[in-house]
Design a protein around this ligand. Structure first.
Ligand code: PEP
Ligand code: CO
Length: 446
């Protein structure tokens, strides 16, 4: 069947908001479709090339950011801190892997969330759930929780402002290796593995000054980095409005982000999200959760990457630490046998969420690490490779996940729990995670 940016409408679509005024929704979409692109097709192509290289073992993907971005966090500090933590993690991984690390933020557009319940109990009585700032508001009042089509344009402008600032930081030299590496590691200085971590940081600092004194890399070049954006393609009206074709007869690009992913809840092959994603040129991620059937995954691979392009399709497994050994080998085997080009990444967050006795959603640092370790090892045993990792993290000192060398306990969580959706690794936990997985990243590239 013929594809168009709107052909998804012929298919069942899950997790789409209903609006009380269809007219206001249509008007909002029409205005969006008129706004300029946020990213450029050449950048999207370049990311695809980078992902293809990661699939071939020549680089490694680091994707990360908030579970959901808030409009209210579209400010200097939160953006700077998120950018900085991703940069610092990428430097640790680059050093370990001796290969470039491709940085992809869950940023500048992560405003839409699939939710398992439609309503929740709040102090003010039952309310529709929060679905992301692109759809409704977090405040538990009926006005704020009503789906508002005007938020779609606000999502666009906040995404544009966020990426604009990141581009300015890059071109202004923020990412220069000398600059952000006032590594802020005080929090982990007293922990058992500090000597190990410090040795890595010292090696990196030495390597940078060696390159400089050797004259092989000029300071400016070290600051000239690539950074890409991604978000979940959930609200199909929003995504279709940002889908553009530059030349008559040319390919269609979603120019709201460089990469889009389809969530675990919306990835059925004969439904709307897959229909939308199959027609665009952008690299597409697909989340794969526990219980996924190999046959369905193979269908997805062929549907989403009909030309079998390397770098087009990233399968992001999020099986849960306890299920990797049992479930991943079969998926890898089936995809290998079908011959589709797939780059594998791992999201060690979403399969390891639990709720404490006090009703707080959290994740254990150790389970996150263990899912990664097991995933690296299953790929290696199968003769393939894990080419990337996908985290929910923040540059702030939040207390949302337990464990790590600071050994946050469940009783610490309420101290600074700020996520409105899923629990994120904080700054220290994210840095530690990158130190701890360095070794696997290096061997997986061999
Ligand atoms: C997410 O990445 O925030 C998410 C909802 O993930 P998943 O689709 O894997 O559950
Ligand atoms: Co999440």
């Amino acid at each position: 069947m013929e594809w168009s940016p709107d052909s998804y409408r012929r298919f069942p679509a899950r997790h789409q908001p209903e609006y009380s005024s269809e007219k206001r929704y249509r008007e909002s979409i029409l205005r969006l479709a008129d706004h300029p692109p946020i990213v450029f097709p050449g950048e999207v192509d370049s990311l695809k090339t980078h992902i293809a290289k990661a699939g071939a073992g020549a680089s490694f993907l680091l994707q990360g950011g908030d579970c959901v971005e808030l409009f209210a966090d579209c400010r200097d500090d939160p953006i700077t801190n998120k950018f900085k933590i991703l940069l610092q993690m990428s430097v640790v991984l680059t050093y370990a892997a001796r290969r470039p690390v491709v940085r992809i933020g869950r940023i500048a557009g992560q405003y839409f969330k699939p939710r398992s319940q439609t309503t929740e109990r709040t102090a003010a009585g039952p309310m529709p759930v929060y679905r992301g700032d692109g759809i409704n508001g977090i405040e538990a009042t009926s006005e704020s929780r009503a789906n508002d089509p005007g938020r779609l344009e606000r999502a666009y402008f906040h995404a544009a402002a966020t990426l604009n600032y990141i581009r300015a930081m890059i071109s202004g030299g923020f990412a220069d290796l000398h600059n952000p590496y006032n590594w802020n590691l005080h929090d982990i200085e007293h922990t058992a593995r500090w000597a190990e971590y410090r040795a890595i940081v010292e090696h990196i600092t030495d390597a940078v000054s060696f390159m400089e004194s050797f004259g092989g890399a000029r300071g400016e070049r070290l600051g000239d980095i690539d950074f890409f954006t991604s978000h979940e393609a959930l609200h199909l009206g929003y995504e279709a409005a940002l889908t553009r074709r530059l030349d008559e007869g040319g390919g269609w690009y979603n120019l709201g982000a460089h990469m889009l992913w389809i969530g675990e809840r919306t990835r059925k092959v004969d439904e709307a999200h897959v229909e939308y994603a199959r027609g665009i040129e952008n690299p597409i991620g697909v989340k794969i959760g526990p219980g996924a059937e190999a046959e369905r995954i193979v269908e997805l691979a062929t549907r989403l990457n009909p030309r079998n392009e390397p770098g087009k399709l990233v399968f992001i497994t999020r099986l849960g630490a306890d299920r990797v050994q049992r479930e991943l080998p079969g998926l890898l085997d089936a995809v290998r046998r079908c011959g589709s080009s797939v780059v594998w990444s791992c999201d060690p967050m979403h399969g390891n969420t639990h709720t404490t006795a006090d009703g707080i959603k959290t994740r254990r640092f150790d389970s996150v690490l263990r899912e990664l370790e097991e995933t690296f090892s299953v790929h290696e045993r199968s003769g393939g490779r894990l080419s990337g990792v996908h985290f929910e993290l923040t540059g702030e000192n939040v207390t949302e996940c337990t464990g790590g060398s600071l050994d946050l306990r469940e009783t610490d969580l309420s101290r600074n729990y700020r996520s409105y959706c899923d629990p994120r690794l904080n700054y220290a936990q994210s840095m530690e995670m990158s130190f701890l997985i360095s070794h696997y990243v290096r061997t997986s590239q061999a």
